[in-house]
Ligand binder design. Structure first.
Ligand SMILES: NC(=O)c1ccc[n+]([C@@H]2O[C@H](COP(=O)([O-])OP(=O)(O)OC[C@H]3O[C@@H](n4cnc5c(N)ncnc54)[C@H](O)[C@@H]3O)[C@@H](O)[C@H]2O)c1
Length: 247
């Protein structure tokens, strides 16, 4: 029970990687604020956790890109949980297309959710973490933010931005014993990747040294480690969970 008496916020907890991280933190003792854009999805994850461990989760529906709404929800979460020890900025979207043809709406949607969203939630809880002089912030970036990908300029820019954000924030908060790290997943089987054609999936798989795609559990294990006391001397790092794509 590494997270006994601790509280966590997981954004994008309605499904996929965020859902699995929320359940993992709860299964190791944390109380979890499950945040998603859709109320139904956030509630489903919170209900699942509460069956596992009674009164361990609450759900909140908000668009992470909406700064004012996130400050309001953040204050509500701090009131409901009294403190937040762990923030996992996981909510993310992709709207792929070649830069030449990409609409400004697709550019903005991806940057605003993936990058601005992480800033918004961080700003909502950072004062409380600084005051308690402890905390863990984990940003879910992507290997695409490190190596780029044709057809994903918006996504790669948002995820590379998140890495710069992680390192700068780690420097700002280190003196308060708050660590800030990023996890860069490779190809993980979730709804986000389900829509890709079999041909693209086969091509990607052939480029993974470990020869198989990853699972949300693989990412959740890294998140739980970074959130734990065992990672207290690690900050400003990007941990790739990618079967060896980036090395
Ligand atoms: N699946 C992969 O292969 C992969 C690889 C690298 C990085 N990632 C990153 O991991 C994170 C989770 O991805 P996933 O595969 O689980 O995706 P997913 O599409 O299955 O889930 C994303 C979650 O984020 C929520 N969300 C999206 N936009 C939101 C918004 N504006 N406000 C609030 N919530 C919002 C969705 O409702 C959903 O619950 C993302 O940041 C993604 O970029 C995924």
């Amino acid at each position: 029970m590494r997270f006994e008496n601790q509280s966590a916020i997981v954004t994008g907890a309605g499904r996929g990687i965020g859902h699995t991280i929320a359940v993992r933190l709860a299964s190791e003792g944390a109380r979890v604020a499950c945040v998603s854009r859709s109320e139904d999805n956030a509630k489903r994850t919170a209900d699942e956790i509460n069956i596992l461990r009674a009164d361990s989760a609450k759900h909140y529906a908000v668009d992470v890109a909406d700064h004012a709404a996130v400050q309001k929800i953040g204050a509500q979460i701090l009131e409901d949980f009294t403190k937040i020890d762990i923030l996992v900025n996981n909510a993310g979207v992709r709207r792929d297309g070649l830069a030449m043809r990409m609409s400004i709406e697709d550019w903005d949607a991806v940057i605003n959710t993936n990058l601005r969203g992480a800033f918004n939630f961080t700003q909502a809880i950072i004062r409380a973490m600084v005051k308690q002089r402890s905390g863990r912030i984990i940003n879910i970036t992507s290997v695409i933010g490190l190596i780029g990908n044709a057809g994903q300029t918006n996504y790669a820019a948002s995820k590379a931005g998140l890495i710069g954000f992680t390192k700068s924030l780690a420097r700002e908060l280190a003196s308060r014993s708050i660590t800030v790290n990023a996890i860069a997943p490779g190809f993980i089987t979730t709804d986000m990747t389900a829509g890709l054609s079999d041909e693209i999936k086969k091509t990607i798989q052939s480029q993974i040294p470990l020869g198989k795609t990853g699972t949300p559990e693989n990412v959740a294990s890294a998140a739980a480690f970074l959130a734990s006391g065992e990672a207290s001397y690690i900050t400003g790092q990007v941990i790739c969970v990618d079967g060896g794509i980036v090395m």
